[in-house]
Design a protein around this ligand. Sequence first.
Ligand SMILES: [Zn+2]
Length: 474
Amino acid sequence: MAPLACIPAALSAGCASRTGPLCTEKAAATSVVWDYEAVANHGGIDGLAVEARFAPMAAGALRVDDDAAPFVRDVAYAKGEAWVGVEAREASWSVPCASGCRVRYRYGLGEAAAKLNDPETAIGTRDVIVAPPATWLLRPDAAGGRFRLHVTIDRPWRFASAMPVPPGAATETFEAPTESLGYSSFAAFGAFDVDAIQRGTLRANVAIAPGLAPLSPADVTRWVATAVDGILAYYGRPFVDRVLVIVLPGAPGDPTRGETLGAAGPAVLVRAAPGLTPAALRDDWVVTHELLHVSLPSLGPEHAWLSEGIATYVEPVVRARTGLVTHEVYWRELVEGLPQGLPEAGDRGLERTNTWGRTYWGGALFCFVADIAIREQTRNTRSFDDALRGIVAAGADVEAHWTVERFIEVGDRATGTAALAELYRSMALAPGTIDLASLWQRLGVHVESGKVTFDDRAPLAPIRRAMTDGQVLE
Ligand SMILES: [Zn+2]
């Protein structure tokens, strides 16, 4: 199935990695310069009461994301024992803070979710609200240091976030670099089930909203675990330390949707159409697609063709190797899908043609052609899998921000070829010409009226088999 609704993962501008050895920008100082206490009323549905302490700063102008500003209420700063109210000016609140300051305000979280209904700011149901902290934490411009957040929420309600928990901290306490707050990933408030999937050093926390029947929470956890296990098998190693997956009921009739945000802890939001059955989840590609985004460094929105192309190309590979997709279905969908990624008249290469077809299927075409090139050049002993394994082995996940040049260099080094660099020049910086009919012929794949047959005497038949089997000839 064609990807329909994936927001590119690369929303983390700048360096948001907390420890990444690959992060080339200056390391954030370890001191906490913004300290937040948030009390979630009625599980956050009735809003938040927030008190914050800020270290001394020259300009005390506080903001949230622009769309989220109308839901900030009753901002005041402490003056001795008293609280002094502050009015908003152009969605900004100025407080005297030359020697540090204490600020309190309320945030209409439930109202924001109802009115904005947008996963990047606030979205939710009667029971659960998902909103990145960038929506509801007033902040000055980032200036090094870390922020700390403590959330008070009474059971049965819960708070879930992918943000790092400092060692020895009280429950519901998180810390991250101030630079990451403006791009922070999903957090959830409300009445949801939580489950955890632990695979070696990889921990995936799953927050499961009510309203997903006939799916049970156990069905949802199994769905996420299947995707985690498929990608673990693909890489042969844990591809991230921690990830939060939040599953909300979606709009009736809508397909399953997924979005990934990376800064201050990667999180995936999945909206599942009501009425999905456990059997239907077997055919669903969304969680695997999003977790592949989680596994790889952010390349920035301008290189979405590469991050979306990889997720589009590798997701069915992962599911074919775990037996969730038959080889026939795998090849039929590739034969039917890839032509949507071919350049049309006026194309300026993948880097400069931002259409849906070129982003998703054009990017997938790049990966497919690269996979065959690497396998041909290495007598099928290396593949596109190895390029991605090399990148993941370098310690990068979606929290790290890489240039496309670095991505290609590390990928090529892992296969001992220059396949990615050469194809980047011919397909990304220029329209490129790919003869798909000839490739199907050489691979021995024939699709007629939706029926797939394979020719084992075709010259690239061993490569075709290795692509779905995951084995290479040594
Ligand atoms: Zn995607």
